[in-house]
Design a protein around this ligand. Sequence first.
Ligand code: HXC
Length: 514
Amino acid sequence: MADIMERFDRLREQAHMGGGIKRIEAQHKRGKLTARERLEVLLDQDSFEEMDTFVEHRCTDFGMQDQKHPGDGVVIGHGTIFGRPVMVYSQDFTVFGGSLSETHAQKICKIMDMGVKNGIPVIGINDSGGARIQEGVASLAGYTEVFQRNVLASGVVPQISAIMGPCAGGSVYSPALTDFIFMVQDNAFMFLTGPDVVRQVTHEEVTFEELGGASTHASRSGVTDFACDGDIELLTQLRRLYAFLPLNNRDPLPVYPTGDPVHRLEESLNHVVPDDPNKPYNMREIVEKVVDNGDFMEIQERFAKNILVGFARMEGSTIGVVANQPMVLAGCLDIDASIKAARFVRFCDCFSIPVVSFVDVPGFLPGSDQEHRGIIKHGAKLLFAYAEATVPKITIITRKAYGGAYCVMASKHLRGDLNYAWPNAEIAVMGSKGAAEIIFRKEIGRAEDRDAALQEKTDLYAETFANPFIAARRGYLDDVIRPFRTRIRIAQGLQLLKNKKLDNPWKKHANMPL
Ligand code: HXC
């Protein structure tokens, strides 16, 4: 027995040392934690239970039979975050650069299968050079098994990816199939092919950071949802996100005690929107003043800043917030904003998270750049997402809701459950000046003083349409509300809609405009 225990301890120690002390030191020197250290930060203290510690690869090519490390470059298991269960894997860069072998893939698949079977989310920490080159097609097969599971798990359990090192090839496709991606600033990269291959094929000189660093993916490509300063910050933010999410698509939303009274009236909301309709203001301020304790976790903060999306709580329960941001592009919807918000609305709908939309939108962004890049199809994604969503939908128009963007932003006609507007709201086909120029063109053209005539007709149009009461008279708005009562009205609405039941017609799946 003593012998067996000794062997067991030796193997365990070997597994814990990964690729050896030198490589661990190299990892630390780069400011990176090891795979196991990361799990310690991510999970509640002492909650981690490891699985498949002793799995080894089966490759015999290129002398691999003499290079075995128990665990084979990935640590898997389960633990808890704020007391709620989670399945995890964490790739170990010190073992063959965290590359994915056949057995490494089987380990990841094992915890994904357990996650789906038991309704437990899956978090993957990625730090991997991609397919294990020595294993050839066996490695490609392994990746594909992971991808298949990512797809089948989508909409069943939340899947979250942390990118915490150089991730190439296959190791970026699995994260791309998951719901949220976190990246470490300066120490993590995502690309299909690295700078060397890019140089060989296209003769383009590009650095790791420019090609696939966290800044690039957070602000230009929109591939990552979060860019964090260092491993600890990333794992702390990941815990924060996790606390907002249900465990699966049948699990009730987590509810946390909140010290923020639901009846809190926020007088300052009456003064956020400027009198001049062309002056910007910060929509984030409105969101923070309405939700519990001002706690709004924004997603894709640096991408398509003309729309805000993220999680918050009302009466301690999670809501998804979508809000036009008048400070950027006057809050217009463009291609990036439409895709960003559409994906978020669909996530909320998968997991029964009510969507609260704050609307101040002068329309879709005009111009040949947007048209040629397909704003028609991309804008339709957001329309599609709101229209198919069956979760509770509450909409507050804080100022403008013009044209197609009025229709799209969770309007009554897209099955908005409760649609409110502030008294200063303008709901119309377009801005008053543009409208006057079109419908009174001849009259203005004939006038002696064209500027005065345009102003007169603009005022007439504004008086007629630039208010919320025409929509309210038709029942397109359920009420015109005072800004300072927005919090209580939303909270009451969410209570009312708690047991909402709405099903779309049976279908295999819809065909959204991708
Ligand atoms: C086997 C690998 C490996 C890989 C790295 N290593 N990538 N071993 N397969 N894919 C090993 C190295 O040999 C080295 O071993 C150790 O990991 C650390 O690698 P370094 O190169 O020393 O580290 P660094 O300088 O930080 O560079 C990291 C890196 C680079 C950027 C990830 O290693 C790299 O470019 N690797 C190859 C990436 C790639 O092309 N992968 C295949 C993608 S194709 P030692 O023993 O020295 O410590 C793919 C297909 C799937 O994934 C597609 C599905 C759709």
